[in-house]
Design a protein around this ligand. Structure first.
Ligand code: NAP
Length: 236
C-alpha cells in the first residue's frame, strides 16, 4: 500500500486483522516522526516507475492510498501496475462540496490560486509545505501553515508549524487573531475540515484548488470499506 494518509493508516489497521493478509505500507519519508500504521512500513521513494514495478514483484494487490494531491505517485502506481500486471486499486476520498453559506472559488491549480489572491490583503495559506513557492511574488501577507517548514516563504509572511486535525474553536481563533481576509486550501476531501467551517462562519472566501485528475482507467474506491472489499476479492 502506498500510504501517507489517515485512510491508509485505517486500512492497514483493518488489514492487520484480516486472515491471510500481509500488508506493507510505503511512506514517502517527507514527515519526521510520522503516525505509523499497523504492519510493515518501508520509507522513501522507489526511484520512479522502474523501482515501484520491481517492488511489485511479490505483491498480489497494489493499493494507492496516497493523498489526492500526490499525483506523481498515483501516475507511477498506474504505470507500474500496467507494466507488471499487478492489480491496482486507488483509495480516493470524495472531494468536498459546498454547503449553504460557503463562499468557495474553485481554481484548477496552485498557480491559479496564487493569481486569485493577488492584492487580497491577509491570506491564510493552508496547503501544506509544497506549492508555497508559487506565492512568492504575490502582493499579499501570508499566514503559512505546514507540518514541516517550506523551502521558501513569501517576503511578508508568518509561518505556523502544526499538524491537524485542528479543532473548530482553534481555527476560528486563528483566523480572527491574524485578521485573515481569504483562505487558500486544497480540495483534499474527507471529513469537512474545521478551517472550511470556520471560514463559512466568519464569512471568508475560500480559494479551493481542484484535485489533479486520476490516470485513465484505474479502479477507484472512495473509502476504507470499499478497499477492504477489493482486498477480499483477491485470490489467495
Ligand atoms: P508526489 O509528488 O506524488 O510524489 C513524488 C515522489 O515521492 C514519488 O514519485 C515517489 O518517489 C515519492 N513518493 C510519494 N509518495 C510515496 C509513498 N507513499 N511511498 C514511497 N514514495 C513515495 O507526492 P507528494 O505530494 O510529495 O506526497 C508525498 C506523500 O505525502 C504521499 O505519500 C502522500 O500520500 C502524502 N501526503 C501528500 C499531501 C499533498 O498535499 N501532496 C498531503 C498529505 C499527505 P519515487 O518516484 O522515487 O518512487
Amino acid at each position: 500500500m502506498l500510504g501517507g494518509t489517515a485512510e491508509a493508516r485505517a486500512l492497514a489497521d483493518a488489514l492487520a486483522a484480516e486472515p491471510g493478509v500481509v500488508v506493507t505500507t510505503s511512506l514517502a519519508g517527507r514527515t519526521r516522526d510520522p503516525r505509523l500504521p499497523a504492519g510493515t512500513v518501508r520509507t522513501g521513494g522507489f526511484g520512479g516507475v522502474e523501482g515501484l514495478a520491481a517492488a511489485c514483484a511479490d505483491v498480489d494487490l497494489l493499493v494507492d492510498a496516497t493523498h489526492p494531491f500526490a499525483a506523481r505517485m498515483t501516475e507511477h502506481a498506474a504505470a507500474a501496475a500496467t507494466r507488471t500486471g499487478t492489480p491496482l486499486v486507488v483509495l480516493r476520498r470524495p472531494a468536498w462540496s459546498p454547503g449553504p453559506g460557503d463562499d468557495w472559488r474553485r481554481v484548477p491549480t496552485t498557480g491559479a490560486a496564487a493569481a486569485a489572491v493577488v492584492g487580497s490583503g491577509r491570506v491564510f495559506l493552508a496547503i501544506g509545505r509544497q506549492g508555497v513557492g508559487e506565492f512568492l511574488d504575490v502582493d499579499a501577507w501570508f499566514l503559512v501553515r505546514a507540518i514541516e517548514p517550506p523551502d521558501v516563504l513569501p517576503a511578508r509572511s508568518e509561518l505556523v508549524l502544526a499538524r491537524g486535525p485542528f479543532p473548530l474553536a482553534d481555527e476560528r481563533a486563528l483566523l480572527r487573531r491574524h485578521r485573515v481576509d481569504v483562505v487558500v486550501a486544497k480540495d483534499s476531501g474527507g471529513a469537512t475540515e474545521a478551517k472550511l467551517v470556520a471560514s463559512r462562519e466568519l464569512g471568508l472566501p475560500v480559494v479551493l484548488i481542484d484535485r489533479p485528475p486520476l490516470p485513465a482507467g484505474v479502479r477507484v474506491v472512495d473509502d476504507v470499506a470499499g478497499a477492504l472489499t477489493v482486498v477480499r476479492e483477491q485470490p489467495r
